[in-house]
Design a protein around this ligand. Structure first.
Ligand code: T1G
Length: 696
């Protein structure tokens, strides 16, 4: 039963009981209506308390129901909330924990709300490309005021209940058991107003001295952040409708906006990302109840940029870290960098000095491998060279305790070869962090052929603890993300030869929504990094056709920001990428040298060749089983490569475009200059023929 009904001394208690988050799916909505009817009919009942079981009051509407008949089946959430509001007996919402989206809207329909500190309060619909669709845009401004409501609804941010104590949302902020407090509150209001009416937010006026002005200010602010999907603007429109034309008009307009937004590709993409992040933690052949190993002490080998950032992740989660270096000065430098990173956060007001010291105290520097003997998880972030990894893992095999997980942060080397340096390959796994490791959400968990299932389950749990989005990858060159980005860069370089320039390519893909185009990104990371990888590739795969134009740039020493110039020019102390006439001339001359007649290349072609190159390689990765599901590939790109969230990732974008159209575009490019790079993945053709997408 999704809803329980009990009574306590004349008060009916309606408890949402639909794990895991008391989603307001159809059965829950029916249960609430039944509970209200029972309470109305029972003369012994003088008041009603609405509460949630488990870890949530309610996490909102059941997102899995959207775009299915159930979502529109009566009683809809709006109907339930109207019934709560119309109840002749006072309804008190008892909020002990998460009250989000429709869950908060349900509570806003109650006559009173009693909360406790520590509950997460939010209307996060905008993060799903939606707006609150069950009265939130009308009731929240009447509960907490226009400004606070606009900020919460347009940002979708979570606010802790204690910060809303005096906001008007709660009629009482209780200490201790919220149900007991709500029961007592319910009895008091029932006695005081026996037979009377109870306050309804819909009857309250929105107090704001300059509502129209503030709404316009909010609209300008949203436009300034240039969110290219309609939801934030619609949030403001719905709130404005209610302010200017009254509650009922606002409610109707909100509903109209919701029904439109839930059909948009942006909302589908954002919901795909929501579920994709959670699905990534589920490994098809590793049962969710696989016992995990206890991780209480972590060790990180290497205190360089990556090692220091990796150590910070664990320390931020309260896990002690042994930080090992081979030289004292390297250790000192590493510790100083970590401290400096934290000091920057303190300056931004996001960390207290006390918390900084607590975190630094969790790091134990050491120069001796023997000190790592007690570690449960050891992550190496040493120089990316197999010989160096061999030394590290042979040493770890000697000193690490039985059952210790030995993780490599390698981004390009074969994890199976690394595991073979030990007598315990089952304990070896890849944990590929992305730089800066303490900032980027993505963690590729690389599964070797012998990696034990409990090791994988443990690392996925640790990833959640350190707030990473972990995606499991099989072993191949570049795993998921870097293997795909290589094809993206190949296309970018070919297009330079064929007629485009760096600023045009970057501009086109940044207008598509990428945080940074390939050339600005390369200048930031260092063009010499790509150069080293290409040199390795030329040796390993001499048949692979690459443009050599980037090598020409590197041969001039233009490695990017760190050398004051790369694809772009940079002024000292200024990271602004300015198009370089010198480089543009070099590119044009190179085309002439190779006899490639330059042509006009439009933005559409630029975006298609870059994004479909990702899609094509992603399809091969799926077919080879390197990634177990398309949404995993999407999560890699959404959390590690700046792919626009509102497009859902390369594989969902391909589904949105339609694989039939994607394949035809690929075939077109395969018939053009440098077309040999387009070996269309059979999976693309197969799905296109079947009229299906990667994500079902
Ligand atoms: N619908 C369906 N499933 C949901 C869900 C939801 N609203 N919220 C969570 N789940 C699933 C989730 O996929 C996972 O499934 C499990 O619950 C645990 O989630 C009309 C239109 C509530 C803070 O956007 O932010 O109401 O992986 O791992 O870390 O205006 O879930 O176990 O199979 O995240 O404890 C608005 C979304 C909906 C809130 C709990 N509400 N959820 O975090 O657990 S739209 C939201 C969250 C709406 C109305 C509108 C978090 C959480 P599985 P979890 P958690």
């Amino acid at each position: 039963m999704a809803v329980d009904y009990t009574t306590r001394d004349g008060v009916a208690v309606i408890t949402l009981n639909n794990p895991p988050v008391n989603g307001l799916g159809l059965s829950t909505r029916i249960g609430i209506m039944d509970g209200l009817a029972r309470a109305e009919r029972d003369p012994a009942i003088s008041a009603i308390v609405l509460t949630g079981s488990g870890t949530a009051f309610s996490g909102g509407a059941d997102i899995t129901e959207f775009n299915t008949p159930k979502a529109l089946q009566e009683p809809t959430l709006a109907t339930v909330i109207r019934a709560v509001e119309a109840s002749a007996k006072p309804v008190v919402a008892a909020i002990h924990s998460v009250a989000m989206g429709g869950g908060l809207e349900l509570a806003l329909g109650a006559h009173y709300r009693v909360g406790v500190p520590g509950a997460q309060i939010a209307l996060p619909e905008v993060k799903l490309g939606l707006l609150p669709g069950a009265g939130g845009t009308q009731r929240l401004p009447r509960a907490i005021g226009l400004e606070a409501a606009l900020n919460m609804i347009v940002s979708g941010a979570t606010v802790m209940s204690e910060k809303l104590t005096d906001s008007g949302l709660f009629d009482e902020m209780a200490e201790g058991d919220v149900l007991e407090a709500a029961l007592a509150f319910a009895r008091r209001v029932a006695e005081k107003d026996a037979g009377g009416t109870h306050p309804r937010l819909r009857d309250r006026k929105i107090q704001h001295e300059n509502a129209a002005g503030f709404i316009q200010f909010s609209r300008n602010s949203v436009a300034a952040v240039a969110k290219p999907f309609p939801a934030p603007g619609k949030c403001i429109d719905a709130i404005e409708a209610g302010v200017l034309k009254g509650f009922d008009h606002g409610l109707a307009f909100e509903r109209e906006c919701f029904l439109a937004l839930v059909q948009t590709p942006e909302s589908r993409a954002l919901r795909h990302a929501f579920f994709g992040e959670r699905a990534a933690s589920k490994i098809p052949d590793v049962p969710s109840d696989t016992p995990v190993r206890a991780i209480k002490q972590v060790a990180v080998i290497g205190a360089g940029t990556m090692g220091g950032g990796i150590a910070m992740n664990f320390v931020n989660a309260g896990l002690p870290v042994m930080l090992l270096e081979t030289k004292p000065e390297a250790l000192e430098r590493g510790l100083a960098t970590i401290r400096k990173n934290y000091e920057t956060t303190v300056k931004k007001g996001k960390l207290t000095q006390e918390a900084l010291e607590t975190r630094m105290a969790l790091i134990t520097p050491t120069l001796s491998y023997d000190d790592l003997a007690g570690a449960d998880l050891i992550v190496e972030a040493v120089f990316e060279e197999l010989g160096v990894k061999e030394q590290v893992f042979r040493r770890l095999d000697e000193i690490a305790k039985p059952g210790a997980i030995l993780a490599s942060n390698t981004s390009t080397l074969d994890l199976n070869k690394i595991a073979a340096f030990t007598t315990r390959p089952g304990d070896v796994v890849g944990m590929h962090f992305f730089s800066p490791a303490n900032v980027m959400k993505l963690l590729e968990v690389v599964r070797g052929e012998h990696t034990a299932k409990d090791v994988l389950a443990t690392v996925m749990q640790v990833a959640k603890r350190i707030k990473k989005t972990a995606v499991v990858s099989g072993v191949c060159d570049g795993f998921i993300g870097n293997r795909m980005i290589e094809q993206y860069i190949r296309q970018a370089l070919f297009m330079l030869e064929e007629g485009a320039l760096p600023a045009q390519i970057d501009g086109a893909i940044e207008r598509f929504g990428f945080a940074m185009g390939p050339f600005r990104m390369s200048d930031l990371a260092g063009n010499d990094i790509g150069w080293a990888i290409r040199k390795r590739r030329y040796a390993e795969q001499p048949g692979m056709h690459y443009s050599r134009i980037a090598d020409r740039l590197c041969e001039t020493g233009r490695f990017g920001q760190k050398t004051g110039g790369g694809w772009y020019d940079y002024r000292p102390g200024d990271r602004t990428a300015r198009p370089s006439a010198l480089v543009d001339e070099m590119i044009v001359a190179y085309s002439g040298e190779i006899g490639c007649a330059r042509r006009e290349i439009g933005d559409d072609e630029i975006v298609e060749r870059l994004v479909f190159a990702l899609v094509n390689e992603g399809a091969k990765i799926l077919a080879e089983g390197i990634a177990s599901k398309a949404s995993d590939i999407d999560m890699v790109y959404l959390t590690g490569y700046g792919f626009p969230l509102w497009r859902g990732g390369p594989m969902l974008h391909a589904d949105t475009v339609g694989l039939y159209n994607v394949e035809r575009a690929m075939a077109r490019y395969a018939s053009q200059q440098n077309g040999d790079a387009w070996e269309i993945a059979p999976l693309v053709t197969e799905l296109a023929k079947a009229g299906r997408g990667f994500n079902g």
